[in-house]
Design a protein. Structure first.
Length: 409
């Protein structure tokens, strides 16, 4: 592993000229999502100091509250100002790239592209060009109440869709207030569905812009969960109203629902709400192919930065091989391909390993500028309509596809 890491570092150095003294020392302003820089001892500060020592550049690190970051970036960048480097949620990438405010990193990335996991790297691509480099990644897995699993007569989490539905039904049979799965309504519920759409061979919107939401494979994923709620009664009625992650998690944390589909952000909620809960995390039950929706943050460069070369150096440095250890310290998952080796995975906390184990088949959400609207205003209502029995799953997704096509035009 160490020889491989040295080779990766050397490749990055050749691409960046990092081993040579900077021809001109620049000061780079870096806006970061505040949870990554909670205090001066956070790993990001150690990485910044290492970058400054190696390159001679200076970094002005500015933590921005997550709930303010997107709007503040749009205002600043739209006015021709803003930071040199910024952390951007993968779901925002296409909108920022389409607005023309991000620097094109394609040529700088090309020599080291193989370092990154394919899914996270693709999340920073728009119209065939690379505008973001994956800093850290996450995905969704299956959280399972071990006591309910055992009581339902199973010794291991479900591995297929058929097992998934059967386990949920068996958990429902444990008592009048026991359920197999907790889910969200609206945009939270449909987010939980994306992995299963891809698992079933379905697609949402291709990079070319082709809309495939209305195809039967997508409807079948909707139908799986609609039937688990309406026919099996395996999902509690909170699925009709849960509009926050806390509301989605609540039945699982309370020990009333035996499974929940979510990411590593659930771990903290369980730790706070039910520290003694006996649970495990497993890869998602697979359909015709494995898949999981990925999230996380990319590092991007301001298209109008006065120090574009230094800014790109910082983005490549922070997302490079050093990120494996830095992200482990920050309780995040590195998007480096070598982070998935057995040796690297063994160094992770046990509750992070299942997420990294399925990282190889992580899929980003479609990189289209109107994705936020598609997700919240088109697909979320389609999920709710199917769930409530207002229409069939196929009719729901076909209506959604027509609305997306209209918006895309």
């Amino acid at each position: 592993m160490f020889k491989a890491t040295r080779r990766l570092l050397s490749a990055a150095a050749c691409a960046l000229g990092l081993w040579s003294a900077a021809a001109q020392a620049d000061t780079i302003t870096f806006w970061v999502n505040a949870p990554m820089a909670p205090n001066p001892s956070a790993p990001i500060y150690e990485e910044i100091r290492a970058f400054e020592a190696r390159t001679g550049h200076k970094v002005n690190l500015q933590p921005i509250p997550f709930q303010e970051l997107e709007q503040r970036l749009f205002v600043a960048l739209g006015g021709g100002a803003g930071p040199d480097v910024m952390a951007i949620d993968t779901a925002w990438m296409a909108a920022f790239a389409d607005a023309g405010v991000l620097g094109d990193l394609t040529e700088r990335t090309r020599p080291v592209a193989a370092q990154y996991q394919p899914g996270p790297l693709a999340s920073g691509r728009y119209k065939g060009r690379q505008y973001g480099l994956p800093w850290y990644t996450n995905n969704v897995a299956l959280f399972v109440n071990n006591d309910m699993l055992k009581a339902a007569g199973y010794s291991a989490p479900p591995k297929t869709w058929a097992e998934f539905r059967a386990v949920a039904k068996a958990m429902r049979a444990l008592g009048p207030d026991k359920y197999g799965l907790t889910m969200g309504s609206g945009r939270f519920g449909v987010f939980q569905l994306y992995s299963f759409i891809w698992q079933n061979g379905g697609e949402l919107i291709e990079e070319s812009g082709r809309v495939r939401v209305g195809e039967p494979a997508v409807a079948e994923a909707f139908a799986l969960f609609t039937d688990m709620y309406r026919i099996d009664k395996s999902i509690p009625d909170t699925v009709l109203t849960a509009q926050s992650w806390d509301e989605v998690f609540a039945p699982f944390i309370q020990g009333r629902a035996g499974m929940v589909i979510s990411g590593d952000w659930t771990i903290g909620s369980i730790r706070r709400g039910a520290p003694n809960l006996n649970y495990s995390i497993a890869p998602l039950p697979a359909g015709v192919r494995p898949a999981t929706v990925i999230g996380g943050f990319n590092l991007t460069v301001n298209a109008k930065s006065k120090s574009p070369a230094a800014a790109a150096e910082l983005a490549l440095f922070l997302t490079g091989p050093r990120s494996i250890e830095a992200m482990r310290k920050a309780d995040r998952l590195s998007a480096q391909a070598s982070a998935t080796t057995p040796e690297a995975m063994a160094a992770l906390p046990a509750n992070q390993r299942p997420f990294m184990a399925q990282a190889a088949y992580g899929r980003p959400r479609p990189n289209v500028p109107i994705w936020a609207e598609v997700h919240s205003s088109i697909l979320a209502p389609a999920w709710d309509a199917s769930l409530r029995g207002l229409t069939t799953p196929l009719a729901a997704v076909q209506k959604a596809a027509a609305e997306i096509n209209a918006q895309m035009k």
